[in-house]
Design a protein around this ligand. Structure first.
Ligand code: SF4
Ligand code: SF4
Length: 725
């Protein structure tokens, strides 16, 4: 697909309006987690199995050339031919030449994403060949003139009425919307194609180096027909599908169907090792002949990824598409907006390598970093981390857009200027401010505050309130340096005040190092590594000077940035890397730190009755830091509150930094789902551990369910302290 002239916003709007697509994806997304969980019930240690996939694939990519050589030698030994195609043109030429040489006129194809990647069908048809897709979903799409929208269920965006219409047109008769009837009609239509075909083209789920076999995992059996009936079988397999030994297929076969469709095993598992015999009638007699087997080992950017230390990870993908099934963005807009065959976050990364960085650039913002995909990916691929890395490389190559460059370099990296501007904003917002909210905005900004109120900048930031709340205990148990982050310092200073009170109640000496700035995550999210490094260095210096036992943040995104991102930023700079590690080691997230202290003081006793409170897990807290039990323990023990769970408590709220403002059209439906889940829980209060989630959910509640309040866990704990009663 030509992507340079795409208007991604229009495409998103079109998909958001597509009720069939939204309905199908919404229903599937709702049912999928339960189906997957059920399929894994008989696997004692799912994480160990995922680790096995990850390690096996990682070790393979480290030796990819040797594995490919062994695979080629094994295929040849068994009588097959191997062609290594550097790109799509090489591959197409080889196939067209082969068809000419063998007099091939008719081809049946079975599911192969690599061929979709290069629009092979189109090229073969232009060369005068009759090509038929035989996978049911792919066949439907060929009739509809559309591209797949999902890597496993390519026609998921269509309903049975639409499919019946395409079938009726193709078969020149009325096909009813009865699924069993439609499947039967498709079977009859396609069966002839298998019988008449001169060549069958298939993909492969894996290729085994030790014996040259390929494995195909399907539910329809058409791949088996395409690989066995025609006299020539061509396999098109990407380097990333190679595995060393037959036993390495086991973890793939155990995870792929479970993750893809919630099945223990697919209906068909076909292994092809070498040319198999086929039957042909000669002079009225059936005789056995040997087929021709050609294996095309396809590069098209894959070897570049294999040699890239960071992106080798994409070889850990088994193409189960489960990352799409749980992705808040994919499940709203489907696969077509990603521009090419590969959809979702992994699709965006593959697009950068298998197509172009310009294509990636168009879709790079369609990931909100929620890490839902990372949690279930069989290969444990850090999809959002790799997307962030691509964004940074893009900025390294092309620089930032001028506006962003000016703001990042002159404002965000200069604390004095940044904080002065925030103080000015607190004054400038007065005409639109109503209490703590901005509920209406004028002109083209109106959409930002339509279904969600925006928070106002606080009149007095946390840094100016410290004097009033600071106490210095005579014999403190610890010295804690509080890192506020922009949200707590300037938007929600009351969270910081509450955190101070809770920590001081624990007999800690809490200090607020004045020189602290933003953590740098927002600029890094835009790919600006240089500004992020400047900010990180300054923060590290300021907190080293604070000489604290613990650095504490009540924002999990900030905590994660200190823990992990600062260390990654300086991985090529030994001196700063050392300092980042040392300081990152001191950083603690508020709820987990306090829960630990409360447990030591036996203050985590469960209480019953009181105001119903439900807890929203922030993405960075739960999946970034692995913290989800501790805030619940604190809420369970908070006097006057009773914890109730909401549905999808760990689903993203749709904020995701600038995304929530830039892509309001995507952010608002995600927020709406969250508000609905909160209302359904019956809670009167929502507790959060993250100020960014608080900002988004508070805004949604103010417009959509104003009777429900939202509080940071620190505020709930502070309420119960003697000083606050
Ligand atoms: S990235 Fe992971 S979850 Fe997504 S398709 Fe690949 S293996 Fe499956
Ligand atoms: S991190 Fe979230 S938004 Fe990004 S690809 Fe994964 S599931 Fe989708």
């Amino acid at each position: 697909m030509e992507t340079n002239n795409r208007n991604i916003r229009n495409e998103i709007a079109e998909k958001l309006d597509d009720k069939v697509l939204r309905g199908a994806l919404g229903r599937f997304a709702e049912a999928y987690p339960t189906a997957r969980a059920k399929a894994y019930e008989n696997v004692p240690d799912v994480d160990a199995l995922r680790e096995q996939v990850k390690n096996m694939k990682h070790n393979t990519v480290l030796n990819i050339e040797a594995v490919a050589d062994q695979f080629e030698a094994s295929v040849v030994k068994r009588g097959g031919k191997v062609f290594r195609a550097k790109n799509g043109d090489d591959l197409k030429q080889y196939l067209i030449d082969l068809c000419k040489a063998r007099g091939v006129k008719r081809i049946v194809k079975s599911k192969s994403m690599a061929t979709e990647e290069i629009h092979l069908n189109h090229s073969l048809e232009e060369a005068g060949l009759h090509v038929k897709e035989t996978d049911l979903g792919e066949w439907i799409l060929s009739l509809a003139g559309q591209r797949p929208s999902h890597m496993v269920m390519p026609a998921i965006h269509l309903n049975k009425e639409q499919i019946a219409e395409y079938f009726s047109k193709e078969m020149h008769r009325d096909i009813p919307t009865d699924i069993a009837y439609m499947v039967q009609a498709a079977r009859q239509q396609l069966r002839q194609e298998f019988v008449l075909a001169d060549m069958g083209i298939s993909g492969a789920n894996f290729g085994i180096a030790e014996n040259g076999a390929i494995g195909l995992v399907t539910n329809e059996g058409n791949a088996r027909l395409a690989t066995t009936l025609p006299p020539i079988h061509v396999v098109i397999i990407g380097y990333e599908k190679l595995i060393p030994n037959i036993r390495d297929a086991a973890p793939i076969l155990r995870t792929l169907p479970r993750n893809a469709t919630g099945q223990l095993m697919t209906s068909y598992m076909t292994m092809v090792s070498g040319p198999t015999p086929y039957m042909v009638k000669e002079d009225g007699q059936w005789v056995e002949k040997e087929k021709e087997l050609h294996v095309i080992l396809f590069d098209n950017g894959r070897l570049n990824a294999a040699h890239d230390k960071k992106f080798q990870q994409i070889y850990q993908c088994v193409r189960c598409a489960s990352c799409l099934n749980v992705c808040p963005i994919y499940t709203m807009v489907g696969g077509h907006v990603y521009g090419h065959i590969y959809a979702g976050g992994i699709g965006a990364i593959l697009t950068a390598f298998l197509h172009t960085m310009e294509d990636f650039d168009k879709i790079n913002e369609l990931c909100i970093g929620c890490r839902k995909c990372v949690e279930i990916c069989p290969g444990k691929i850090d999809i959002p981390g790799l997307i962030e890395e691509l964004r940074s490389r893009n900025v390294d190559d092309k620089g930032l857009p001028l506006g962003a460059k000016l703001v990042f370099e002159n404002v965000l990296s200069n604390r004095t200027v940044f904080h002065t501007l925030l103080r000015l904003a607190a004054i400038g917002q007065k005409p639109v401010k109503e209490g703590k909210f901005i509920r209406h905005l004028p002109l083209f900004l109106a959409g930002l505050a339509k279904d969600r109120s925006l928070p106002a900048v606080a009149d007095t930031p946390l840094r100016d309130r410290i004097g009033k709340i600071k106490r210095t205990p005579a014999k403190p148990v610890k010295r804690v340096a509080f890192f506020a982050g922009c949200n707590i310092d300037f938007i929600f200073p009351e969270i910081g005040e509450s955190a101070f009170k809770v920590l001081q109640d624990l007999n800690m000496d809490v200090v607020f190092p004045e020189g602290q700035n933003c953590c740098g995550k927002p600029v890094l999210g835009m790919g600006d590594r240089d500004t992020a490094k400047k900010i990180a260095r300054k923060n590290i210096e300021v907190f080293e000077a604070a000489n604290a036992d613990v650095i504490l943040s009540a924002c999990p995104t900030c905590a994660e940035t200190w823990h992990q991102t600062y260390v990654e930023l300086f991985e090529d700079d030994p001196a700063w890397s050392q300092r980042a590690k040392a300081i990152g080691h001191k950083m603690r997230e508020f709820t987990s730190f306090v829960a630990e202290q409360y447990a030591a003081q036996k203050r985590l006793t469960k209480t019953t009755g009181g105001t119903k409170v439900t807890y929203h897990d922030s993405c960075h807290m739960k999946r970034g830091l692995g913290i989800y039990e501790e805030p619940r323990q604190l809420l369970d023990s908070a006097k006057g509150y009773e914890l109730v769970e909401m549905h999808n408590c760990d689903k993203c709220c749709g904020m995701a930094g600038a995304f929530g403002v830039k892509y309001t059209e995507l952010s608002m439906p995600i927020l709406k789902q969250k508000i609905e889940a909160i209302k359904a829980s019956g809670a009167e209060v929502v507790a959060v551990g993250c100020p960014a989630c608080l900002m988004q959910i508070q805004g949604g509640l103010d417009k959509q369910a104003p009777s429900i309040k939202i509080k940071h866990v620190a505020e709930i704990l502070a309420e119960g302290l003697p000083d606050n009663k």
